[in-house]
Structure formats: C-alpha cells, structure tokens
Design a protein around this ligand. Structure first.
Ligand code: PEP
Length: 250
C-alpha cells in the first residue's frame, strides 16, 4: 500500500517571518503524527530556518530546484549536497515553471533528476501537458516523452527512490483542477509506462497530482487508485487548509 504524500510548493512566496509562522501553524495543525507523509518546500533562503523549526516533527523538508553540478564555479546555483547539508529530503525537478520560464529541457530535467539522487535527495519529478497540448490530444505523447527522457538517462531502478508528480500546466495556479477521472487516466498511463520496464517498481512509486488542489477537492482526487497524494502550490500557503489537505489522504 502506497502511503499518501502531500508536498507543499511555496514557490517564491513569503518572508522569513511568514515562513516561520507557516511552519509553526502547520506543525500545530498536524500534530506529532500526521496521517499522510508531508513535506514542505520553502524558498532556498528559508530552508535553514524551516529545518530548525521542523526538528522533532515528521514533516519533511524539500527544495524547489537544484544544480546539475555537485560543486564549482556556478554563480547563483545551489548544489544538491548543500540541500542535504541543511536537511532536505526531497527536491522538485522539472516543475512546469522551470521548464517554461527558465528553459529547462527534458535533458536538463533528466540531469537534475540524476543529480538529486547522486546527492542523496529524493526527486519529485514533475510532468504535465499544456492546455494547447491537451486540446491537440497529445497529452499521453507529451507525458511519455518527458518520462522517457528520465528513464533513458537514469533507468527504472532509480524510481525506487523517486516520486512522480503529474501537473497539467493548465491546472497550476489557475483554480481549474483536473477532475479525479482525468487525473486517474494520466496517472494510470504513467504507471503503465513504468510497469513496462518493471512491474514491482511501478506499483510502489508514488504519483502525486498537482494543479489547484484544495481542501474541497483533495479527498476525491486522493481516492483514485493511482493518485498517491498531491503537490500543492497556492493552498499550501495556508497552514489550516494545507493540514486539511494532508488529512484528506489519511
Ligand atoms: C504547483 O506549484 O506545483 C501547483 C500545483 O500550484 P497550485 O496548487 O497553486 O496549482
């Protein structure tokens, strides 16, 4: 049985004080033993504070991006080893905002996925189609291409230490959520691609849904057989609401 994972992507929001009160509010709302596995991904500069505030809690820490290189003359970049050093367990790779705004290709995403594992982090690999691609009915081809780039570069065994997030671009930050059936269809497709390489690994990998998850729709989404939790943006910035989403997975 796959345990539901709910990860909050705080993007470039908040301040030091707001991060502190969000972590405090979340730990208070969830208690000592959250029913789902829970992770929060604050901006880089607040990771150290968040790690300290999360000490003794079961909530895990994640980062929103990492460098491909392990160290060196790469001004402005943050290495996976540094993220481990400050207490990160997860790192998001291939978020659609990184792909579309910062030109991250499938090749770069695959390199970041491998870098994350090399550096001892669990990548949350995001895949998803744009609205235009959905309307052209090429959703499956897009997802398969994005996934294949990673499978060709890192092999199926790597998915024992990875999480996949299906994030339809048209649903991210738009308030427009995929229906549970739409999500299930793509999640089942993703699991099928992985199963073609290894049934057992495909069955154990967690596939999160992301795109306007909120307290009112989380339960229905998480009840689908291949939806193993959520990657939550906007709604994770409210401690009470995010805690409700986490409880929807219990
Ligand atoms: C995200 O940031 O990955 C996301 C899914 O955002 P939102 O929940 O706001 O749509």
């Amino acid at each position: 049985m796959r345990k539901i994972l709910v990860a909050g992507n705080w993007k470039m929001h908040g301040s030091r004080a707001e991060t502190a009160s969000l972590v405090e509010g979340l730990t208070a709302a969830l208690g000592d033993a959250p029913v789902s596995e829970v992770a929060v991904c604050p901006p880089f500069v607040y990771l150290v504070d968040a790690a300290a505030a999360l000490e003794g809690s079961e909530i895990r820490l994640g980062a929103q991006d990492l460098a491909v290189e392990p160290s060196g003359a790469y001004t402005g970049e943050i290495a996976g080893t540094m993220l481990r050093d400050v207490g990160c367990h997860f790192v998001i790779v291939g978020h659609s905002e990184r792909r579309s705004l910062y030109g991250e290709t499938d090749g770069v995403v695959a390199a970041k996925y491998r870098a994350a594992q090399r550096d001892g982090l669990v990548p949350i690999l995001c895949v998803g189609e744009t609205l235009e691609e959905r309307e052209r009915e090429v959703t499956e081809a897009v997802i398969e291409r994005q996934l294949r780039a990673v499978l060709d570069s890192a092999a199926i065994a790597s998915f024992e230490r990875a999480v996949v997030a299906y994030e339809p671009v048209w649903a991210i930050g738009t308030g427009r959520t995929a229906s549970p059936e739409q999500a299930q269809e793509v999640h089942g497709f993703i699991r099928g691609i992985l199963a073609a390489d290894d049934d057992t690994i495909a069955d154990s990998v967690r596939i999160l849904y992301g795109g306007s998850v909120k307290p009112s729709n989380a339960g229905d989404l998480f009840s689908m057989p291949d939806v193993d939790g959520g990657l939550v943006g906007g709604a994770s910035l409210d401690a009470g609401g995010f805690a409700e989403i986490c409880r929807a997975g219990g």
